[in-house]
Design a protein around this ligand. Structure first.
Ligand SMILES: CC(C)(COP(=O)(O)OP(=O)(O)OC[C@H]1O[C@@H](n2cnc3c(N)ncnc32)[C@H](O)[C@@H]1OP(=O)(O)O)[C@@H](O)C(=O)NCCC(=O)NCCS
Length: 416
């Protein structure tokens, strides 16, 4: 008997800018419906009556994403009534957590086939947390420059805190943003982001029918012509603390707010063998670690070594890392402390990756592609597996910081 949980199918929607992109007026359940059907189509051998559960990660679990969204997605995708659903929230790592939780259900013997998912509609569901919902003690505890308790601290302020603590200057943050956009633009032009994307048909905000199949946040034309530069970025206003007061972080050096959905099917190795399915990947180790909420961006520094240890591996065995760029400052700090090269002064030619032992975000990351919080974990897993397959490599890490002061990391092995 082999009850090892394996991923047998995986896919994602394109990532669209919130409020300004093609998904801004589409119900997130409909985006989930189309992406989930696309992922299920990858394994036609799977009898849907054999699916035990759907675990759906969502960070802004409110408005159109409220109720038990996982069960609503099961119903919208017309899966049998016997397929259950639970919605989970670990903020920005919710999608990665959904994969881990699905695997845990299988390891515990409580399920044989589980769908892991992640979704975010930052168009409909993302906004300031109202004062009247706040706990008074938390709101007055460990307050920041804006008078907010660290538990409720705005993410942009935490990015400013990390920049200050690590002495990271604005120019380096903008270099990383340019790298992210340039890498993503090249990857999109060369079709490297396409293998995992499931086209989604919507009526876009302009009222036109559109099949959305390209990531929309990248500041470049589809032919790769860049629409951003260091010069343009250096002239942008700071978003969270005024420049005169020492603020450094702008929209360019923050992750974009986005809409997207992503799904993966997890089953026991036995079930995959029985159905004649070749598994795509295994998660070898997973960790979530807590840090000071004022420096939430540093979470990956704690989570990655623990996940590696649980996998029985060391960083030098890893081929590629998807390190979510919640903000440039925290991404730079994490790379520095994890011993990874940020590539700030590289000439941005992806061919140079061949000379590196470990490649970080080769197709760009959240500053260019967006950060659809609950979907990000599976979105990054898709990107990692696509890169590993393209480059005939085997081991990757997906990691991100988490609002409230945590970091998550998953170590994966590509099987096909
Ligand atoms: C930073 C933030 C407040 C900016 O919000 P916004 O102003 O709506 O952001 P946009 O992405 O629309 O960018 C604003 C403008 O700057 C432009 N811009 C952004 N990056 C740019 C770049 N690198 N070069 C040139 N222009 C850029 C955008 O194109 C946009 O212009 P437009 O209105 O003409 O389209 C928002 O993105 C944010 O909150 N990000 C962090 C989200 C977060 O906390 N997630 C959780 C992490 S833990």
């Amino acid at each position: 008997m082999d009850r090892t949980p394996v991923i047998v199918a995986i896919g994602r929607s394109a990532v669209c800018r919130s409020r300004k992109g093609s998904f801004a007026t589409t119900h997130p359940i409909e985006i989930c419906n189309q992406v989930l059907r696309g992922v299920l189509d990858q394994v036609p051998q799977l009898d849907h009556n054999d699916i035990d559960d759907l675990v759906l990660g969502c960070a802004a679990h409110t408005n159109q994403c409220s109720q038990n969204m996982a069960r609503l997605v099961v119903q919208r995708a017309e899966l049998p009534d016997t397929v259950c659903g639970q919605t989970i929230n670990r903020f920005c790592s919710s999608g990665l957590q959904a994969i881990a939780t699905s695997m845990n259900e299988i390891i515990a013997g409580q399920a044989d086939v589980v769908i892991a998912g992640g979704v975010e509609s930052m168009s409909y569901c993302y906004g300031a947390y109202p004062d009247e919902y706040r706990d008074e003690w938390l709101n007055n505890h460990d307050v920041d420059v804006k008078g907010e308790g660290s538990a409720y601290m705005g993410m942009g302020i935490t990015a400013e805190n990390v920049a200050k603590k690590y002495g990271i200057n604005r120019e380096d943050m903008e270099k990383l943003a340019l790298r992210s956009h340039t890498r993503a633009a090249i990857a999109r032009k060369d079709g490297k982001l396409a293998p995992s994307i499931i086209p989604v048909k919507v009526v876009n905000p302009a009222g036109e029918e559109e099949i959305v199949k390209d990531d929309q946040g990248i500041l470049a034309e589809l032919d790769g012509t860049m629409k951003t530069s260091l010069e343009k970025m250096s002239g942008m206003k700071t978003c969270f603390i005024d420049e005169e007061d020492g603020g450094l972080v702008t929209a360019a050096t923050s992750s974009q707010t986005s809409d997207a959905a992503a799904f993966a099917i997890v089953m026991t190795m036995d079930k995959a063998n029985e159905l004649g399915i070749k598994p795509i990947a295994k998660m070898l180790g997973y960790a979530v670690e807590g840090v000071d909420p004022k420096y939430m961006g540093l979470g990956p520094i704690e989570a990655v070594p623990v996940a590696l240890k649980r996998a029985g591996m060391t960083m030098d065995q890893i081929d590629e890392v998807e390190l979510n760029e919640a903000f440039a400052s925290q991404a730079i700090a994490c790379m520095q402390d994890l011993g990874l090269e940020a590539g700030l002064d590289d000439d941005l030619d992806p061919a140079k990756d061949k000379d590196k032992d470990i490649v970080v975000n080769p197709y760009g990351n959240a500053m260019a592609l967006g950060h659809p919080m609950g979907a990000t974990g599976i979105f990054l897993t898709c990107k990692m597996l696509d890169w590993l397959r393209e480059n005939d490599k085997k081991y990757g890490i997906v990691t991100m910081c988490i609002g409230g002061g945590m970091g998550a990391a998953g170590v994966f092995e590509r099987l096909i």
